[in-house]
Design a protein around this ligand. Structure first.
Ligand code: TA6
Length: 291
């Protein structure tokens, strides 16, 4: 559907407006009572959320490219049905197919909790429903139904990029008791750190069996980003640091310090196993408060 058709079917004047962005990608701009948000239909990709009176919470790279079929650098990419490289076929795209696919918009509604957009996608053997609620909090719910006639398994993640003052000054709590796979040292399984996480070098860690909540403490901006989750057993923490960031055309050496990925998912040992016809629903709720 064109932006004009989407506006006539789903638009809410002054609240939800669709527009054609670069290279024909369609985006929805959301605003209500001072809160603003943005979502691209490609990948059902949230690229901005800023509560009223607060700084942006979601980071999107100033060098991000918005091209059909290419993943957007930043925001909240939806990772499905595999995380990282495909397990057996290197020709398959990193992080699955959902983040570069064109999702169907099914509904737009307003309620006390905020402005909700509902989208769907049907990759082989599955039916995905994604509900994004922009409000005082950002609530993301991904439901996956196994539409095949046999049991199936998959990995999933909401690969959220958070805007921060300085990655070397933030602390991440809630992962102290979880062991993790360190992708920077050959996927080594490491024991729990027993203390909140501070980043001092390239970090790419997959935490397993994590509790339903973590906090990014940002002393530079005097705030906390609180991430509550349900039915998500994994947490991934990532920052490429300057050298790798400089080698990424859509990130660059001037962007790495102001972002950290703290992702909600079910990956590696936490992958989901679903009987035929069954549905699994994962949710993350993001809020900010004065730290
Ligand atoms: O979530 C962390 C990670 O898996 C890292 O290994 C890094 O590759 C990052 O995702 C970004 O992946 P992308 O395919 O978007 O470049």
């Amino acid at each position: 559907m064109s932006a004009a058709e989407l506006n006539s079917k789903f638009g809410l004047a002054g609240v939800v407006e669709f527009a054609e962005a670069e290279h024909g990608l369609i985006k929805a701009a959301v605003s209500r009572a001072g809160m603003t948000g943005e979502l691209y239909l490609q990948g059902a990709h949230v690229t901005a959320w800023q509560p009223a009176g607060a700084r942006p919470v979601i980071f999107t790279s100033s060098r991000a490219v918005f091209v059909p079929g290419k993943a957007i650098r930043g925001g909240v990419p939806v990772i499905f049905p595999w995380f990282g490289p495909h397990p057996t076929d290197p020709a398959q795209p990193q992080h699955g197919v959902a983040r570069t696919a064109e999702w169907e918009l099914d509904a737009v509604e307003q309620s006390a909790e905020g402005v909700a957009l509902e989208l769907s996608l049907s990759p082989d053997g599955f039916a995905l429903r994604y509900r994004v609620v922009f409000g005082e909090e950002l609530r993301l719910t991904l439901a996956v139904r196994n539409t095949s006639s046999s049991a199936a398994s998959f990995e999933e993640a909401l690969h959220s990029y958070f805007a921060i003052s300085d990655v070397e000054r933030v602390t991440i709590s809630g992962l102290e008791d979880s062991s993790f796979i360190d992708k920077t040292v050959g996927m080594q399984l490491c024991p729990p750190a027993g203390a909140p996480l501070m980043l001092s070098k390239e970090t790419d860690q997959v935490y397993l069996n994590t509790p339903d909540g973590r906090v990014v403490h940002d002393p530079g901006w005097g705030r906390r980003i609180v991430v509550s989750t349900s039915a998500a057993a994994s947490t991934i923490v990532w920052n490429p640091w300057p050298e790798k960031a400089a080698a990424m055309a859509d990130l660059g050496a001037d962007n790495w310090r102001g972002m950290v990925c703290v992702e909600t998912g079910n990956v590696a040992d936490n992958r989901v196993h679903l009987p035929s016809g069954a549905t699994h629903e994962m949710m993350t709720r993001i809020t900010v408060d004065a730290g």
